[in-house]
Design a protein around this ligand. Sequence first.
Ligand code: ADP
Length: 488
Amino acid sequence: MKIAIAASECAPFAKTGGLSDVIGSLPKALAKLGCEVKVFLPKYSVINEAQYPMRLDLSIGEMQVRVGGIPRTVHALKSKLPNSDVDIYFIDCPHYFHRARIYTSDWDEDERFILFQKSVIEALQRLQWAPDVIHCNDWQTGLLPLLLRDNYGWDRLFHKTATVLSVHNIAYQGWFPRESGYRAELRQEHLDKGGLAEWGGGVNFLKTGLATADVLTTVSETYAREILTQEYGYGMEVVLKWRKGDLFGILNGIDDETWNPQTDRFIPFHFSAENLEGKEKNKRFLLDQTTINYNPDVPLIGIVSRMVWQKGFDLIEREVYWLMQKNAQWVILGSGEDRFENFFNWMAHEYPHKVWAYIGFNTELAHLIEAGADMFLMPSRYEPCGLNQMYSLRYGTVPIARKTGGLADTVLDWDEYAYRGQLIGNGFTFEEPSGFALSHAVHRAIEAYRNKPLWRRIQQNGMKRDFSWTNSARKYIEVYKLAKAKRS
Ligand code: ADP
């Protein structure tokens, strides 16, 4: 099967969150299962060309792609996804993509991704490569299914090409004023009230994709159910209501070469489910670099996250005095909203022997925390899939998580399952988004930690589970087949 994947992030080239990990891994897993895959990504100036060999693709050549009536010169640079034979094309248009960040709040943010989406289609035309499926991801590629059918509908090349849209986070929708629709050259009827692209008088890129892609997916089964509700749907539940039959939840896998405690190049001591000695050494190594003293009897709670409301850190804020009375140490890594950065800095300042915080983005430290911490806290208000709890499970770092989205699908509460006589729990979960519920789950984890054989069992339950991409990639192929069937 021929699959084109278009996205705004791809690890290791351009990364802000989980989407990039998916786009960095899924194509390789698909290729291993026999698919022919091409990935498309904007050529942001933050991508270090010296680090990744890329060359101008001469068969695509120089394209003039129109946005808002103005033709822009676009090239495509070709490279490979690291450690694979999968082609990746970087859509190069300095006018739009040479900015300080991947995403901006510049006035032409919509134009940047209109250009990207049209360029992907035009690059496929130049390559004369008709994919069976174009797999779009999030709002940045939400217009693509409609553009393909409408604006490029004249091209027979795409007559059998189906589209799949994956939602990685439904809260980010790309909602712009109506003019945006003119810049994309969408037909007037799509912009009128009730039109395919219209939302609240403007244009909503994600909604357009949800309404027009042949098949929809999101990144966990629980999240697929949650986004049909008003609480989690951010308005899109209205659209999804009539696409329910076309919506599938497929849990993300993890890159099990990068995130493997037996080979991880960022950690000093390797370990496995059978031999956890190295884990304890990593804990000591990690704590030696902080203000906290190593103590094998006190559990270390790790946090690695974007610091935004979604992640539920306000629950820690509310409960901080209680949490600080508990016998645990905390290592925190993240960056984001001032409110949470300041809060964690305050915590570290107020409780230097218990809490250490690093505000920033640091991949090496993220690996070290996963390897060295005993527990990993994710109190998310919503979590489409979440990768860190899966890394944690793999690293024997027992997750404490709110039971939502992908967290609910991967973290099994020890006590809940033990109560039913099933000793398969691999973490601790809580349902209600309250400080009390969070605190109670932390308390249960600390209590369990005191019983070493029990703790080992919980750790090993998590470490044994298979989170490889192969499983998920097989499910994507099934979805691609469904989408394709709609076009033949
Ligand atoms: P989201 O996509 O909502 O940010 P995920 O758990 O799906 O959450 O993915 C987050 C990814 O980003 C993980 O790979 C995580 O390790 C990484 N990450 C987040 N914040 C940081 C940080 N401050 N430093 C290093 N890595 C980070």
